[in-house]
Every structure is written in C-alpha cells, then in structure tokens.
Design a protein. Structure first.
Length: 264
C-alpha cells in the first residue's frame, strides 16, 4: 500500500476558500499515484475556536461532496483529514473516509478533546471507534490528541489494524513530543502509523510546525516531513508487518488479568 500524507500550509489555506485549497492539495497528491491520500486535522476552520461553529460544515455535506468526487476522479482512497462539522446542534471534529469508488466507508468523531478554552468548550466528543478496510487492508483513524491515550489506540491494535491514520494539527513547540508519540503508538500496537499535519508560514519564506510522518512497526520513520507544505509518500508492506509481529508479541503477551485487577 502506497500512502501519501499531505502537509497543508495553514497560512495559505486560511486566506482562501479552504475547500478549494484542499482540492488543489489532493490533486497534487494524486500525481504520486498513491493508494491512499491522508489529509490533516480541521482543515476547514481557522482562527479562535469560538468562531468555528460559524465556519463548520453543516452535516458534513460540503466535505462529503468534495472528498467523494476526488476519490472517484483519481480512483484513490482518501482519509479526508478532519473538519469542524455542525450536527444535531453540536460541533464535532470529524474525519470522513472514502474508497476509490467515492463511497464513504467510515465517519469518526474525535474522542479526546484538547483542553478547556480550545476544544473542550466548543466541540462535542465522539464515542465510537474508527475502524474500516481499504483495499482489503484493516485500517483505523484517530485524530491528533487521541494519540496521547495509549489505552484508546490499544483498542485499535487489539482490533487488528494494519494501518492507523492520524489527521493532526500539532503545536510547533511540541514537535519532539509528537515524534515520540508517533513512534510509540506504532511500536506498541505493531502497526503502521500515517500522520498528516499542518505547517505555518513565518512570513519570511520559512515554516514551523508540521509533523507529517509515516512510521513502521519497529518505530522507524519511513518518511518524515520538514516544516514545509507538500506531499510525503512511502510504501507500507503487510509482509514486513507480519514479520515484525512474529518478532515482537506485544499484543499476544498482554496480562489482562493484572490490568483489570489494578484498574485498567
């Protein structure tokens, strides 16, 4: 499976129609002829979180239309990052996943909301796991801050995912933290992890933030972005994953009797 993670330029996206910018970046990624295109977190809203309700996509309709059309046009699977989405009187941080035929195969609402005054005061949390298949490969999706909760991602590992997709928008001062989390979650759950992030212009031709990466089951970076916008692509191998799981048995060797006894 060939995966292209797209690192968006938040500065550029915020100064134009984000849906038009998203479409242009999908088109750019499609030139790599990947099996899957992965987009970053909340690419349709910018500015303080109290303004997100007004910017949010009602029912995810515009998002679905864009992603379905692009998936069908380029015959590619799309993990559509996430968008702020108004639904049932609340705002959710929602990921939509489409297959090559343009059919929606998964919808996932971010489960762990980031801090009071940022997400927790303005968004509703999801309560369901994001599992699906792409081209017969068992996959999952979580969103950004969800990665900080190993017990949640362990649920994906125990469900047998081969590839875990992560739309993200990580703060620039915590890039080292992000690298550690990406590697740890892939290693612990013996899967590939593909994360797409945002970068921001410093106004002088340089950028900060980013965090886009594809990590293997031995906690090795297959591709790791710099701070610039662009498309970052790598191949993942189910045969290599099988060998990694034969070498390390983290999931098989768990002691559930002790975990439950001591409160996990």
């Amino acid at each position: 499976m060939k995966i292209s993670c797209v690192q968006f330029d938040a500065t550029r996206a915020s100064h134009m129609d984000p849906f038009a910018y998203c479409a242009s970046m999908i088109e750019e990624a499609a030139k790599e002829e990947p099996d899957v295109i992965v987009l970053p977190e909340k690419w349709n809203v910018f500015g303080p979180p109290e303004t997100h309700r007004d910017q949010a996509d009602e029912g995810g309709e515009r998002t679905r239309k864009l992603l379905s059309k692009a998936a069908k046009e380029y015959a590619v699977n799309i993990v559509g990052g996430s968008v702020a989405e108004r639904r049932d009187g609340a705002v959710y941080n929602t990921a939509h996943v489409f297959d090559r035929k343009g059919e929606e195969v998964a919808v996932y609402d971010k489960v762990h909301l980031y801090q009071d005054g940022i997400e927790r005061d303005y968004y509703a949390a999801g309560n369901e796991i994001g599992l699906f298949e792409l081209d017969g490969v068992p996959c999952g999706v979580v969103i950004c801050y969800d990665m900080n909760f190993p017990e949640w991602l362990r649920c994906y590992g125990l469900s047998g995912v081969d590839v875990l997709f992560v739309p993200a928008a990580w703060p620039s001062k915590w890039m080292r933290h992000l690298e550690l989390v990406q590697c740890s979650r892939a290693l612990e759950n013996q899967c590939y992890l593909a994360c797409a992030g945002f970068c921001k212009s410093n106004g002088d031709g340089t950028y900060r933030s980013g965090g886009t990466a594809i990590v293997g089951p031995h906690a090795e970076f297959l591709v790791k972005a710099d701070h610039a916008p662009g498309v970052y692509t790598a191949e993942v191998s189910r045969e290599f994953l099988k060998k990694a799981r034969e070498w390390q048995h983290f999931l098989k060797d768990r002691r559930e009797d002790l975990y439950r006894r001591f409160g996990f």
